[in-house]
Design a binder for this molecule. Structure first.
Ligand SMILES: [Zn+2]
Ligand SMILES: [Zn+2]
Length: 290
C-alpha cells in the first residue's frame, strides 16, 4: 500500500523582520513558519514566526482544541513572535509542545517566558487558555508520533538548531538560519558536519538564502549565508530539492525572482538539486520514493 504524502506548507518565509507592502505581494511578508502534516493529522511546525498567525486561522482558530508539535530553531524575534497570536491556544483543550534549543540562562521555557511578559508583552504564557510545553533540545534524536526527528546545533548567532524530520518515507531538513561566516577561520565553502548530517540525501532542504554574494561580503558576521551557499549545501548533501528561505526584507518579489534564476543556474551547472523559492501559501506534497 502506498504511503500518504507529507504536505509541506509555507506560512511565513521572511527572515529578520516581517514586512508589508506591494513589493512583497507574491512571496509574502510573514516571518518564519512552515508546517508538515500527513492527512490532516497533528502537524509538526517549524518555527513560530508571524506566519504562525495565518496558520492558526487555517487550522480552525479558537473553535476547537488543537494538538501539535513545534520545532523552534532559536529565540530570535523573527522565529517566536507568532506564538501569542496562534488562536488555537485560546482554547483550553489545545496543547502545543515546543522543542527549542537549550539555553545557558536556564530551561528554555523559562527563558522564552521572559520575553512574553509585561512590559514586553501584555500577557504571559500562563495566561494563554491552551497549554504550551517547552522541551529543551540539543544534538538529539527523538520521535513525534510516527515521525523521527533529528536536531543539531548549526552555525548562526547564539544557540541555534537545525532539524530533520523523517516521516512516511519522506525526509525534510530545515536550516532556516545558517551563516557560513560564523565559524572563524574556515573557508567560505566549508559546511559543518551537523548541517551535512541534517541535509544528507533529503527529499527537501529548506535553507537560509538571505543574501546575495556581494551582500554577504558586507554582512558575513550576521549569521546568514548567500543563496549560492544554500545551493552548495544542498548539492554537497545530495538533497533532491532546495527551498530558498528566510528571504531578506530588503528583497522584494522581483529581486527574489532574479535570485531564483541565478540559484537554478548555479545548481544546474553543478548537477545540484531542483531549486524553488519558498512563498507564503505554497504547498508542496512529498511522496515516498518506492
Ligand atoms: Zn531568522
Ligand atoms: Zn536568527
Amino acid at each position: 500500500m502506498s504511503r500518504l504524502p507529507v504536505r509541506v506548507e509555507f506560512h511565513g518565509v521572511r527572515g529578520s523582520t516581517p514586512c508589508a507592502g506591494p513589493q512583497y505581494a507574491r512571496y509574502g511578508g510573514h516571518s518564519s513558519c512552515v508546517s508538515l502534516s500527513v492527512d490532516e493529522g497533528p502537524p509538526i511546525i517549524f518555527d513560530l514566526g508571524t506566519g504562525l498567525t495565518p496558520f492558526g486561522m487555517l487550522v480552525g482558530g479558537a473553535a476547537h482544541g488543537f494538538t501539535g508539535h513545534a520545532l523552534l530553531t532559536h529565540l530570535h524575534w523573527d522565529h517566536v513572535q507568532g506564538l501569542p497570536f496562534f488562536t488555537p491556544l485560546h482554547h483550553p483543550d489545545s496543547n502545543l509542545t515546543v522543542y527549542a534549543p537549550s539555553q545557558a540562562e536556564g530551561p528554555v521555557g523559562e527563558v522564552f517566558g521572559r520575553i512574553m511578559q509585561p512590559p514586553y508583552f501584555p500577557i504571559t504564557m500562563q495566561q494563554l487558555h491552551g497549554n504550551v510545553e517547552f522541551c529543551d533540545a540539543g544534538d538529539d534524536d527523538f520521535s513525534i508520533g510516527d515521525a523521527v526527528v533529528r536536531s543539531r546545533f548549526v552555525p548562526h548567532v547564539g544557540p541555534t538548531l537545525g532539524f530533520r524530520v523523517d516521516w512516511n518515507g519522506v525526509s525534510v531538513a530545515y536550516v532556516s538560519d545558517h551563516g557560513q561566516g560564523c565559524c572563524g577561520a574556515v573557508s567560505d565553502d566549508w559546511i559543518s558536519d551537523p548541517v551535512l548530517e541534517l541535509c544528507d540525501g533529503a527529499d527537501l532542504v529548506i535553507h537560509d538564502a538571505q543574501h546575495t554574494a556581494p551582500e554577504f561580503d558586507h554582512k558575513r558576521d550576521w549569521g546568514h549565508c548567500s543563496f549560492d551557499f544554500a545551493v552548495h549545501v544542498a548539492r554537497a548533501a545530495g538533497a533532491r530539492r532546495l527551498a530558498l528561505f528566510h528571504h531578506c526584507p530588503s528583497h522584494g518579489d522581483d529581486v527574489i525572482d532574479r535570485i531564483l534564476l541565478e540559484a537554478r543556474d548555479a545548481s544546474d551547472r553543478t548537477n545540484g538539486p531542483d531549486v524553488f523559492a519558498a512563498a507564503e501559501g505554497l504547498k508542496v506534497d512529498l511522496e515516498a520514493r518506492t
